[in-house]
Design a protein around this ligand. Sequence first.
Ligand code: 13P
Ligand code: SF4
Length: 367
Amino acid sequence: MATPALAFDFYASLEDETCDARIRAVKARLKGRTVILGHHYQREEVYRHADLTGDSLKLARLASQVDAEYIIFCGVHFMAEVADILSRPEQTVVLPDLAAGCSMADMANLAKVETAWRELAEVLEPDADITPITYINSAADLKAFCGRHGGIVCTSTNAKGILEWAFKQREKVLFFPDQHLGRWSGYKLGVPLDQMAVWDFNKPLGGLTPEQIRKAKILLWNGHCSVHQMFRPEHIDNFKKKYPDAQIICHPECAFEVCLKSDCVGSTEFIQKTVHAAKPGTRWLVGTELNLVNRLHEEVKHKGISVHFMSPMVCMCSTMFRIDSQHFAWTLENLAEGRVVNQITVPEPDARESKLALERMLSVKSA
Ligand code: 13P
Ligand code: SF4
């Protein structure tokens, strides 16, 4: 007879140190059967147990390559969905806390995107004129929408190359859900700012006139990341007054003005690698999530590299933070007992159609 699942309530009251010891022990028991993937925003107590770490693109590639029976995804829901879509059918993907979502991903949903597509048909022929691009920070059914409509997925690493690909397919792009990544990537590609229009999904026809829609090369969904919108150009100006030689680095989910004032803009993996490779004695102001910035600070201080957080306020990704030692220990110990808790499974036809859009992304050479 199967033993009952180990209840989370028991783990909820355990101290972090106790969970840490239990995680080490259960990892050893599961050796060879699991791989733990950790996003750079994970809290330290979890990150230290990851077998492999990275940004969304690197983790997606890794999920398609690893052999383990179980992929434990320490990140957020859309990342675990991608891992399920790209891994083999016999592999199982687990997200330690199902409430670890992404507020930006939630700013677009299938009903709203389909409404936009229908409304655009009043002015254009969407399937002939527009390539839909979804940022990987989106639900699987939006990736499936892109798969069905000749569209593609992008990440913060490859968005410019993906835009280039998209313009080879059709004249225009509908980019969702992050307007900032879309605008910055379009700008880097040379698309004039006045040919990028924000599609306000709460207004009929996106709040645009037919003329504005016809003129736009890129229609930018009115979504954003609540963490990255906290970084402001004045934070950079104030820091530069104090430290004129400082280098500024930020994530492309930051506002356009912040990216413009930065020396380097790129994904979490890019930020991590750039600061690690910096010269001793350099000082960096970093505009991305706090757990990554704090870890970077610790990792490079012995080399004489100073790392500062861009905002005077604490801005953390509260959903990434939901993956804690307690949920992590709970899922691993259940696995060791042969019980899968918090499995992520993308149903058909979304799995097949979203895989199309993801595979298009992975096959774009310049991206
Ligand atoms: P990266 O792909 O750069 O890790 O970004 C994911 C993300 O959600 C940043 O907020
Ligand atoms: Fe989503 Fe922003 Fe968190 Fe990234 S930092 S996972 S975009 S809410």
